[in-house]
Design a protein around this ligand. Structure first.
Ligand SMILES: Nc1ncnc2c1ncn2[C@@H]1O[C@H](COP(=O)(O)OP(=O)(O)OP(=O)(O)O)[C@@H](O)[C@H]1O
Length: 262
């Protein structure tokens, strides 16, 4: 059991919500991750940054059960876990908001939030969807996470990028998850909507979730993150406290592999 872990800056704390320890992942001759250690804690936004091909998606896929590490292990709250698919990770409390969002455009907000978890039953048909309770729960979730949604009965295909992102986030975190992995949540958004989505990202951590944020936009990362981990060529080269670094230094790590003082 991993009870305590050394934190950047020499501070110790409780075991992280999720930890990848010494993870190596190969694809044929390509070593996508080489002995990588990464952790994220409850109540914090932990950013994962790096250039194209650095290994970010591979690490996220290991944490979300899509890939099995070739070497190394995963831990949740100090206990070892193994996932044989994304469903295992979900059951353990790790949800992923993918870049493509995977929403059903021709369905309304409630139906999207309950996709795969529909409440059915009732007196007339075993499979009749219980629309009213689903809508009530959807409204509650949207409100709880501060997502601005004019009409939850509207089809999501007609909604803005920010609203769609909000629905995908609510769907991921509305079911008691502990860890949420977010892949480029603002990539397709305008300035205003980006700001709103970043507020939601921060509020998830403030509500006690461990949020892992992948982004190429380092300025945004610095706005919302507590820690910034830098991957380069499959190696974890830095884990930095956001308050002790800045955009320029993080970019320097990404592009050169060393900090500004080196
Ligand atoms: N399924 C796969 N089969 C073969 N090689 C892969 C596979 N997935 C990733 N790779 C390779 O592993 C390395 C890391 O890729 P990965 O997608 O994890 O990087 P990334 O940091 O997410 O990049 P990007 O920011 O471009 O999405 C790359 O060299 C990539 O080509």
């Amino acid at each position: 059991m991993q009870e305590l872990e050394q934190r950047p800056g020499g501070v110790t704390g409780p075991a992280p919500a999720v930890l990848a320890q010494g993870v190596t992942k190969r694809f044929g001759g390509v070593v996508a991750l080489d002995n990588v250690t990464f952790s994220a804690r409850a109540g914090e936004v932990t950013a994962l940054v790096g250039d194209n091909g650095a290994g970010k998606s591979t690490l996220i896929r290991c944490l979300s059960g899509v890939h099995s590490p070739d070497e190394g292990g995963l831990f949740m709250n100090g206990a070892p876990v193994t996932f044989s698919g994304p469903n295992d990770a979900r059951l353990a409390g790790i949800e992923t908001v993918h870049q493509n969002l995977a929403l059903a455009d021709n369905l309304d907000v409630a139906a999207n939030l309950f996709l795969g978890r529909e409440l059915s039953g009732g007196p007339r048909s075993l499979f009749r969807l219980r629309k009213k309770p689903m809508e009530a729960k959807a409204a509650e979730l949207i409100d709880e996470y501060g997502i601005r949604m004019p009409n939850i009965k509207a089809k999501v295909g007609a909604m803005s990028g920010g609203q769609r992102q909000g629905i995908a986030i609510a769907r991921a975190v509305g079911w008691g998850s502990e860890v949420v992995l977010m892949d480029e949540p603002t990539a397709a958004l305008g300035v205003k909507e980006t700001g709103r989505v970043l507020e939601v990202v921060r509020s998830l951590a403030d509500r006690g979730l461990a949020v892992v944020l992948i982004s190429h936009n380092i300025e945004q990362v610095m706005q919302v993150s507590d820690f910034v981990w830098v991957l380069r060529g499959g190696h974890m080269i830095a884990d930095l406290r956001a308050e002790n670094t800045n955009t320029q230094e993080v970019v320097h790590y990404i592009t050169t592999g060393v900090g500004l003082g080196a």
